[in-house]
Design a protein around this ligand. Structure first.
Ligand code: DUC
Ligand code: ZN
Ligand code: ZN
Length: 464
């Protein structure tokens, strides 16, 4: 007897679309086939797409964000929002503060997550202080313990690494088998431009976009790829916003560099004009890299369709808008440079790509699954436990109703932010039910589980 059978659905994986039933026992899928025998529980998925649960491998939760600024989501609200948006696993970032060991950072971050999650979680490590101990001892030991991915920043004073530090971190990653994600923007160029804009009295949210131009992202992307080529190690270029950075990725691939590309909903749906909205409203769209122009949006869509991008992630980095601890903090109201960088999106990531990508014929169902789940699992060491529907995999399943029409309103979302950048967007297709390791967490749009249902995932090395 199965514990749960999902019957009559159209099962979609990154390789196939088939009609079959799914038999689940305990936390795992144990059988796929036609007309499976009865289960203790049954879900009739007729008319629905049955897909692997979404994996969002780029999420910021409870991340320290500077003086008096508080991220709008911790683990409970962030994973609840992820779950309601069709995700079963998220990978947030554990930030090493300068002077901290990675173990200290992890202990604090695990304490925040423990008992509070509604999806499974696993952490990437942000390296801000690559000491000899971090590089020589901690990274190799932590990779063995299942922390198999790192992020480095080329921008933000206090977080950015210089080229010599990036090289040393890439080298430690190569030796230990970690995968490095790189935030590519040229800090010195941005500082220079911020100085110019402030001198000229141009402090509006739009100046956030003009002081972080495509050239600053393109140059840093080129440099990161060159450094990876020199060390001979794979890297992930995260949150790519425009064609020129995409071309750097393409050229590096042709030289034989192993590089993976990620883009995000904001680069498909928003432009710098959104930062120029009335009053200080533009602050709602301040994120880095910034949204660009219509041509960049079209280029990023092309990158999803044609394979420049392997990953589509939210870069959920939520701050409240009308809040002294958020976008409109005292200094944030005086200049763009004090507006915290980041926008919410973990709950809307999948519906946006389903509606704008699949329903509008830009990508097919299997590509949707690859971009939103399977590739994340493969790259970050969770496959085949996660990211597919197969015998032996965790029973992480999302049921999609392709006929559902919704208008996105912040009031209906579950994150801690007081706005969504996609307010009023009409979408077709919605994740109506979500199953996490065999447990029905969301049933017909209604949350049916408590915090603590999600577990921490130790990961293998990347299958890149
Ligand atoms: N980089 C991110 O990856 N997320 C939000 C802000 C940032 O700069
Ligand atoms: Zn980043
Ligand atoms: Zn991010």
């Amino acid at each position: 007897m199965f514990d749960l059978v999902i019957r009559n659905g159209t099962v979609v994986t990154a390789s196939d679309v088939t009609q079959c039933d799914i038999g689940i026992r305990g936390e795992r899928i144990v059988m796929l086939g036609e007309s499976l025998p009865a289960g203790r529980d049954e879900i009739d998925a007729a008319g629905l797409y049955v897909m692997p649960g979404g994996i969002d491998s780029h999420v910021h939760l409870a991340q320290p964000s500077g003086d008096g600024i508080v991220m709008a989501d911790g683990f409970e609200s962030g994973t609840r929002s992820a779950l309601m948006g069709g995700n079963t696993t998220v990978l947030p970032f554990c930030l090493q503060q300068k002077g901290q060991t990675l173990r200290e950072a992890l202990t604090a971050y695990h304490a925040l997550a423990e008992g509070n999650c509604l999806t499974d979680v696993s952490f990437h490590l942000i390296i801000t202080d690559p000491t000899a101990g971090v590089l020589g001892q901690e990274i190799p030991a932590l990779v063995e313990d299942g922390y198999t991915s790192l992020k480095v920043f080329m921008t933000y004073e206090g977080m950015r690494l210089h080229d010599n530090e990036i090289l040393a971190t890439l080298d430690a990653a190569r030796t230990s088998g970690a995968l490095v994600m790189v935030h590519c923007e040229n800090e010195d160029a941005i500082r220079f431009l911020i100085g110019k804009h402030e001198e000229a009295g141009d402090v509006s949210p739009l100046a956030h976009a003009t002081t972080r131009p495509v050239a600053a992202e393109r140059e840093a992307t080129h440099r990161a790829l060159s450094l990876a080529e020199i060390v001979d190690v794979p890297i992930v270029i995260v949150h790519v916003s425009n064609r020129e950075a995409m071309e750097e990725i393409d050229r590096a691939r042709k030289r034989g560099v192993k590089v993976f590309g990620e883009t995000c909903p904001q680069y498909l749906m928003l432009t710098a004009d959104d930062l120029d909205r009335e009053g200080w409203e533009g602050a709602k769209f301040v994120c880095s890299p910034p949204p660009r122009d219509e041509a960049s949006k079209a280029a990023c869509w092309q990158g999803l369709e044609q394979g420049i991008f392997d990953l589509y992630s939210s870069d959920h980095c939520p701050f409240r808008f009308d809040d002294p601890a958020g976008k409109l903090n005292d200094k944030g109201k005086t200049s763009f440079r004090w507006i915290p960088n980041g926008i919410p999106g973990v709950e809307t990531r999948l519906p946006i790509l389903f509606s704008e990508g699949v329903m509008k014929g830009r990508i097919d169902l299997s590509r949707f699954v690859a971009l939103t789940s399977t590739n994340h699992a493969k790259l970050y060491g969770l496959y085949p436990r996660k990211g597919t529907i197969a015998v032996g995999s965790d029973a992480d399943v999302t049921l999609w109703d392709p006929k559902a029409h919704r208008t996105i309103h912040n009031a209906d979302l579950h994150h801690g932010a007081d706005y969504t950048p996609y307010e009023g967007l009409e979408v077709q297709g919605w994740p109506v039910s979500v199953i996490l390791r065999g447990r029905v967490m969301v049933k017909d749009g209604v949350l049916a589980a408590d915090p603590g249902s999600g577990t921490y995932l130790r990961r293998k090395r990347s299958r890149s």
